[in-house]
Design a binder for this molecule. Structure first.
Ligand SMILES: [Ca+2]
Ligand SMILES: [Ca+2]
Ligand SMILES: [Ca+2]
Length: 609
C-alpha cells in the first residue's frame, strides 16, 4: 500500500496485516481508490467552516457518468459528481472552507413524477452508490484527497424514509392506480385517492371493495428497473413490515402524523421503532464510513422519527466507529422547524451532537436580515438575543458521551439558507449588503458556520429546484465581493480563538428598526470560556439598511466587559479608526448601514489576516 502524508493526527492499521506508527504530527492515508483505515481528522468542530454542496450541482468532473442529464432543467440530473468535487478543492480552500457536507451518496429511485433523484433524498438501496456521481474509487479518492489537505467530509443520510418504492393497493387489483375512490365508509364523501401517495389514515391506509373496507391496503413494491424503482435494500427494508403504511402527513403539527406518516412526495416512512430496522440503518450507514472514512453525518428529517430512536442510533454508531479508530464523529440533525424547544430536544443527553439551527434561520436571518430592505417588514435585533438566551434551556449543555467533546448548545450548525428554503438574495429582494452582514454574524457567533454552495457567487434562486443552481457555469471565480468577504470573515474566525471558542455575552440589542440612534444594532462579546483568559472580541452589527446607527440610545451607552482604556481595532476593516473603552467600560461605536465591526484589543491583533 502506498501512503502519503497529511497534517492530522491518528494511528494507522492496515487491514489486519500491519500497524504502522506515523511520525509525530503526520498521518498516512491510503492512495486513491484503496480501502482506508479509519481515523479521527478533527480536533474541535467549532474550528471548522462547513460548505453544503449538492454533488449534482457543484462540478462535473467526469462526463462518462452524465447519463439522463438534461442541462438547464433543474428538476433533472445536471452531471455533477465526486470527481468534480475533488477537482475543485483548491477553490473551496481559497474560500476558507475546511469541511464539506455532501448530498447523499446511495442509490436512489431515478425518476418520479418527471423529477429525478439528483438531490439524493430518494434512497432505494443503502448498500449501493448512486452511479450518477461516480464509483467507490472516485468517492474514496475525493475523501482521501480532502483529508490529505486537512479537510473533512460529512455525509448526508436519511433514517426516516425511503424513496417512493411501493404503492398501496387500495383496490386490491395488483396494479398501482393513479386514483381510486376513497375510504368507501358509510357517510363518507367519495374522494379520489392516489395509490402512490394516499393521505393519512389513523389506522393505516385501508383497502376497500364493493362491500366496504376490507383491512389494511397491501403494500406492493414497484418493479421498474428502467428508473431503478425496485424493491428497497438491504434486508428488512425490502419487506412491507418495515414500513408504517399510514399514508402521507397532512398535519405536520400532529405528532402521530409527523412521526408515522409518509413524508412529502410519497416518501415511504420506515418503522424505525423496530429493532431490526434500527440495526439495519446503523449498519448500512456505518459501512460507508468504514469504506470511505467520512467524518460525520448530517441527518435528514429527524423530527419525523420517534425521539427514542436517536439515543440508539447515535450511541450504537459512536460505539462502532470509536472501536475502529474514528472519534469526534459529528452527528447533526435537521429538524425543519422554528420551534426552538422541539429542535433542541434532539440534543438531549445521549442523542445528537448538534442540530441545524433552524430557529435562527427563521427568527434571525429571515426576520431581521432578509427583511431589512423593507421598513415595514424589518424586525429588531432583540429577536436575536431572545433566541440566544434560550440556548442553555433548550439545547444540551453537556458533551454527548462518546461524541464530539463540545456541548450541543455551543456547537449548533449556523446557516443562513439551504436547499430547502429560498436563497437569501431571493428572499431579501437582492440585498447583497445584508447577505454579507449575515455572513459576518455566521462567522463570528458561537457554533459551527455553514455556507450553502453558491452563496459565494451571489446565487439568488427561489424555491426548490430554483435554489439548486449549477455552480460550474460561473467558472469558479474567486474575486467577487461576496467570495472575498467570506474569505475575510473565515480568515478572522481562524485567526481569533475568541471568535471560535469564547463564551458569548450580548451587550446591545434593540427593538428599534426605524430612525432611532440604535436602530438595527446588535453587539456581542466573545471571551473567556473555552478560549481561556485573555482573548477578547466585540462584534457590532448594524442590520438597518438605511442609516448609520450606534451603540447608544439617549443617555444609555453600551457597557462592555473590556478593561477601561482598552483600545480596540476593527479587524474587519483596519482602515477604520480605533475605539477606546472609557473609564467606566462604556463604548459608543457607530456602524454604517448593513455593516459590521469586529473589534479586538490592539495588542491582540494578528498581522496579515
Ligand atoms: Ca459527471
Ligand atoms: Ca390498485
Ligand atoms: Ca417516521
Amino acid at each position: 500500500m502506498q501512503l502519503r502524508h497529511t497534517p492530522c493526527v491518528l494511528t494507522l492499521t492496515i487491514a489486519g496485516v500491519a500497524a504502522l506508527v506515523p511520525e509525530a504530527g503526520c498521518v498516512q492515508v491510503p492512495q486513491d481508490g484503496q480501502q482506508p483505515s479509519l481515523a479521527t481528522h478533527v480536533q474541535d468542530w467549532r474550528d471548522e467552516v462547513v460548505y453544503q454542496l449538492i454533488v449534482d450541482r457543484f462540478a462535473d468532473g467526469d462526463v462518462n457518468n452524465d447519463f439522463d442529464v438534461e442541462p438547464g432543467s433543474l428538476a433533472q440530473y445536471q452531471g455533477g459528481d465526486w470527481k468534480g468535487v475533488e477537482d475543485n478543492l483548491d477553490y473551496l480552500q481559497t474560500l476558507g472552507v475546511t469541511t464539506l457536507w455532501i448530498s447523499p451518496i446511495v442509490q436512489n429511485v431515478d425518476s418520479d413524477a418527471d423529477i429525478s433523484g439528483y438531490h439524493g433524498y430518494w434512497q432505494q438501496d443503502l448498500t449501493k452508490l448512486n452511479a450518477h456521481f461516480g464509483d467507490l474509487a472516485a468517492l474514496r479518492s475525493m475523501v482521501a484527497t480532502a483529508h490529505d489537505r486537512g479537510m473533512k467530509i460529512v455525509l448526508d443520510i436519511v433514517c426516516n424514509h425511503m424513496g417512493q418504492v411501493f404503492f398501496y393497493d387500495i383496490n386490491k387489483n395488483g396494479r398501482p392506480d393513479d386514483y381510486v375512490n376513497g375510504s368507501n365508509q358509510p357517510g363518507d364523501p367519495i374522494v379520489q385517492i392516489s395509490e402512490y401517495d394516499p393521505p393519512w389514515e389513523p389506522g393505516g391506509v385501508l383497502s376497500f371493495s364493493q362491500e366496504g373496507t376490507s383491512g389494511r391496503a397491501p403494500i406492493l413494491f414497484f418493479d421498474d428497473p428502467s428508473i431503478n424503482r425496485v424493491v428497497p435494500q438491504p434486508g428488512i427494508l425490502g419487506t412491507a413490515g418495515a414500513y408504517h403504511g399510514f399514508g402521507h402527513i397532512e398535519n405536520f403539527d400532529d405528532v402521530a402524523q409527523r412521526t408515522l406518516g409518509d413524508f412529502t412526495g410519497g416518501l415511504k416512512d420506515l418503522a424505525t421503532e423496530l429493532p431490526e430496522v434500527r440495526a439495519t440503518l446503523v449498519d448500512a450507514f456505518a459501512r460507508w464510513v468504514e469504506q470511505v472514512d467520512f467524518d460525520g453525518y448530517r441527518i435528514d428529517t429527524i423530527k419525523h422519527v420517534e425521539s427514542d430512536f436517536w439515543p440508539v442510533f447515535a450511541g450504537n454508531t459512536r460505539a462502532r466507529l470509536s472501536g475502529e479508530g474514528k472519534n469526534d464523529f459529528l452527528m447533526f440533525g435537521e429538524a425543519f422547524d422554528g420551534d426552538d424547544q422541539l429542535v433542541g430536544s434532539y440534543t438531549a443527553p445521549g442523542m445528537l451532537d448538534s442540530v441545524f439551527y433552524f430557529p435562527q434561520h427563521f427568527s434571525v436571518f429571515a426576520n431581521v436580515f432578509e427583511n431589512a430592505y423593507s421598513p415595514a417588514l424589518a424586525q429588531g435585533t432583540d429577536q436575536i438575543q431572545a433566541l440566544w438566551d434560550q440556548k442553555t434551556t433548550n439545547y444540551g449543555t453537556q458533551p454527548q458521551p462518546g461524541g464530539i467533546g463540545v456541548a450541543p448548545y455551543k456547537a449548533l450548525v449556523n446557516f443562513i439558507d439551504n436547499h430547502d428554503v429560498p436563497r437569501f438574495l431571493f428572499a431579501s429582494n437582492g440585498d447583497v449588503a445584508a447577505l454579507r452582514n449575515a455572513l459576518t454574524l455566521v462567522f463570528t457567533e458561537d457554533g459551527i458556520p455553514c455556507v450553502y454552495y453558491g452563496t459565494e457567487q451571489e446565487f439568488s434562486g427561489g424555491n426548490d429546484p430554483g435554489n439548486r443552481e449549477v455552480l460550474w457555469t460561473t467558472g469558479f471565480p474567486t474575486d467577487g465581493d461576496t467570495f472575498t468577504h467570506i474569505q475575510k470573515v473565515a480568515g478572522l474566525r481562524k485567526a481569533y480563538v475568541a471568535l471560535r471558542h469564547g463564551d458569548t455575552k450580548v451587550v446591545w440589542s434593540s427593538s428599534h428598526v426605524a430612525q432611532e440612534d440604535d436602530a438595527g444594532i446588535f453587539a456581542f462579546e466573545r471571551a473567556g470560556g473555552d478560549a481561556g483568559t485573555g482573548p477578547y472580541a466585540l462584534v457590532v452589527l448594524n442590520t438597518n439598511d438605511f442609516k448609520t446607527s450606534s451603540t447608544s440610545n439617549g443617555s444609555v451607552v453600551m457597557q462592555t466587559s473590556a478593561p477601561a482604556g482598552t483600545t480596540l481595532v476593527d479587524v474587519l476593516d483596519p482602515a477604520h479608526a480605533t475605539a477606546t473603552v472609557d473609564s467606566s467600560g462604556q463604548l459608543q461605536v457607530s456602524v454604517p448601514a448593513q455593516a459590521a465591526k469586529i473589534l479586538v484589543p490592539q495588542d491582540q491583533v494578528v498581522q496579515g489576516v
